[in-house]
Ligand binder design. Structure first.
Ligand SMILES: C[C@H](O)[C@H](O)[C@@H](O)[C@@H](O)C(=O)O
Ligand code: MG
Length: 390
């Protein structure tokens, strides 16, 4: 069966651009970032524009009217790339041409792509193709990927309230790091004090992690990691900017050997992850399937990580991650991003964009047998199609 049409649609206010939240959300509450050296951009990531892109929804429609859906963070510029450039490789192709379409999209955009926005757009198309193939074959995506290797997923929570995450049954709670190098030794002490208090609240054994969102340098991250070891920090995440593969290698050498070094949510393709795995030597890589190149590329990234002895625990991405994680031995648990503004309740990550999005209960998540990724676009969310193509 052939693909008849590709459509690129946009929307703001949550969804795949999950940082696009209203004020007073824990996810935007004084988070350390590489922009925090500028005081005016320190208190809020929205101040420097973390939510300017919005969500991109890609629909691919087969000749029989079946529609596959993929999403990413890319908004209007992503819609332009899909409609004006990528659509030509998809329309008229067979619904099973997933690998060939990926190769054409990647190679045709090399001269301005390779990473970032272009790979986000490619990811959304690839996810829509997997969703379509699953729907046409009447199989969930995890079945297309070789089938589950376990019955359910175990989740850790990314949250402003690890104490609540513990009560809700999650494996652990990953907190934002609030202060970076620009806030000096006082900020460093404040970070450790927050961890100390949280450890006191949750007791021993419950995992606690720091997500540094690219904000640190090797010196600061080393000091933080050694100080945090006293409170049994399980992992230090994304301490450095993604391009500092050398820095990650140095940090791994300097960090306590019992603490895991994790990173990769802003890395793209098997080529980026090759550099990261060989030079940075992270214990866990965290590709985001909505950004890294979709399922087609995640399969390759995951195999590479396996050969390097690294675990793959994808970043966010809800169902698009879950269908992959459940099929891999080297992905023993998964992330759940708490999108409730106070992180006190479990709500679907991409709400309100998708319907039927499964959520963890008691920290565990079962995937239904619904074909494709098992989610539907919410008809109440108004999508815009900013561009069209002939
Ligand atoms: C909570 C973090 O600062 C980010 O907002 C989140 O996207 C991320 O880095 C994560 O690992 O979930
Ligand atoms: Mg992170």
């Amino acid at each position: 069966m052939k693909i008849r049409q590709v459509r690129a649609l946009t929307v703001t206010g949550g969804g795949a651009d999950y940082h696009d939240q209203a004020e007073d959300h824990w996810i935007d509450d004084h988070v350390a970032t590489p922009m925090a050296k500028y005081p005016e951009y320190r208190a809020s990531r929205q101040a420097f524009g973390i939510n300017v892109l919005g969500t991109l929804v890609v629909e691919v429609e087969a000749e029989d009217g079946t529609v596959g859906v993929g999403v990413t963070t890319a908004g209007e510029p992503g819609a332009y790339i899909v409609e004006k450039h990528l659509a030509r490789f998809v329309e008229g192709a067979s619904v099973t041409d997933v690998e060939k379409i990926w190769d054409q999209m990647f190679n045709a955009t090399l001269y301005y792509g390779r990473k970032g926005l272009v790979l986000n757009a490619i990811s959304a198309v690839d996810l829509a193709l997997y969703d379509l193939l699953g729907k046409i074959r009447q199989e969930p995506v995890y079945a297309l990927l070789g089938g589950p290797v376990r019955d359910e997923l175990q989740c850790y929570a990314t949250t402003g309230r690890p104490d609540v995450a513990k009560e809700l049954g999650f494996l652990g709670g990953k907190m934002t790091l609030q202060h970076g190098p620009a806030e000096g030794v006082e900020g460093l002490h404040a970070n450790i004090e927050r961890l100390r208090k949280m450890r006191e609240q949750v007791g021993p054994d419950f995992w606690l992690m720091f997500d540094c969102w690219m904000a640190l340098d090797v010196e600061y991250a080393t000091r933080l990691a050694h100080a945090a070891a006293e409170y049994d920090l399980k992992w230090l995440e994304e301490a450095l900017i993604p391009d500092d593969y050398w820095g990650y290698g140095e940090l791994r050498r300097r960090m306590p050997s019992t603490m895991l070094m994790t990173t990769g949510e802003h890395e793209h393709t098997r080529y980026g992850f090759r550099l990261l795995l060989e030079m940075g030597r992270p214990d866990i890589i965290q590709p985001d399937v909505n950004w890294c190149g979709g399922i087609t590329e995640l399969i390759k990234i995951s195999a590479l990580a396996d050969a390097h002895g690294a675990m793959v625990v994808p970043h966010g991405s809800s169902v698009y991650s879950y269908h992959f994680v459940i099929t891999r031995h080297n992905s023993p648990f998964t992330e759940f991003l708490m999108m409730h503004p106070q992180a006190t309740e479990v709500v679907p990550m991409f709400s309100p964009l998708l319907l039927d999005e499964p959520v963890p209960v008691g920290g565990r998540l079962r995937l239904p047998e619904t074909p494709g990724f098992g989610v539907r676009l919410n008809p109440e969310v108004e999508l815009r199609r900013p561009y069209d193509h002939d």
